[in-house]
Ligand binder design. Sequence first.
Ligand SMILES: [Zn+2]
Length: 356
Amino acid sequence: MTNLGRLGLVVLALLTGCVAQSARKPAFKPIPARVATAPESAQQPALPQPPQPTPAAPVLIEPGHDATWVSFDEWSQQNGFNRPRRISLHPLKCVIETPRGLLSVEAGRDMMQWNGTEVQLGFIPFARNGVLFVHALDVRKNMIPLLLEQAALPRPGRIIVLDPGHGGRNTGARSIHDGVFEKDLTLDIALRLKPLLEARGWKVYLTRTNDVDVPLTARVAFADEKRADLFLSLHLNSAHPSQRESGIETYCLTPAGMPSNLTRGFEDSPVNTYPNNNYDTQNLQYAVRIHRALVQLGVSRDRGVRRARFLGVLRGQNRPAVLVEAGYLSNPDEARRLADPAFRQTLAEAIASALE
Ligand SMILES: [Zn+2]
């Protein structure tokens, strides 16, 4: 079989997997059959090919080997959107208008923007002959979920587990402003968030309600025991001793086949899958909603919705799961804001508003 033939099969299998995963029938047509190889600099020598998976099986793409690129123009037009508008030519940046919002992608940049919110891509798009190419996995795992219906939210008796990060001897980061620990602030925010979510019809449980360290596996087991529909872990960031970094980051589990944006030195094998990968679509939908609400407060930099695979509190979850890093305790401005109870209340209200 030719390499192109194989690529075609991979694209077909990707599409089939996507359709099978969605509860609603998406209004999307197949990812275009026309594919391009990676730029010369990214091309790898041909490797022995594993047996082709059946169409229903998940397809795992090792970055750099079976990389499959899709014309952003063609994909957009085949889905009934207009040809992407060129916002800039050098670097090539295109935006497509969809019924649910604006999606913009730039060659050489590892973030796309969805209605103004930064969402990290697994693979950096590139331009060739004036055409912008995006990776098929980014189309499937980062773009289509946002263009679909949002995560099903209103439902009587829906259950959320809030997970205040750290606790006990596991203090987390320390505020440069007043020396307060992350563990105390995350608990405070969770306790503020609980009644706000209850007022919106959620049943709310906390993995801890006082200053104890709870192992990550116990936090996941707690969510299983409560039959949670959603798991939200609350953290605050630190780049100590640097004071420069600031802003909001929101994490969900890296889809199979994609590299993570954050690894912290842990193994990050794109061939690994975890229970929580069954919720890739909803993970991203919830992450973007929560992230956008926090960024729209207008006081923090948008560091993007990002992907990590090592976070034990996410990957073992049998439900959508999101982890928020709601500011840097190592940044003097953010640490000062986070020391203010009124600001922590504002953060809690923003998160609650994302989960109406
Ligand atoms: Zn933390």
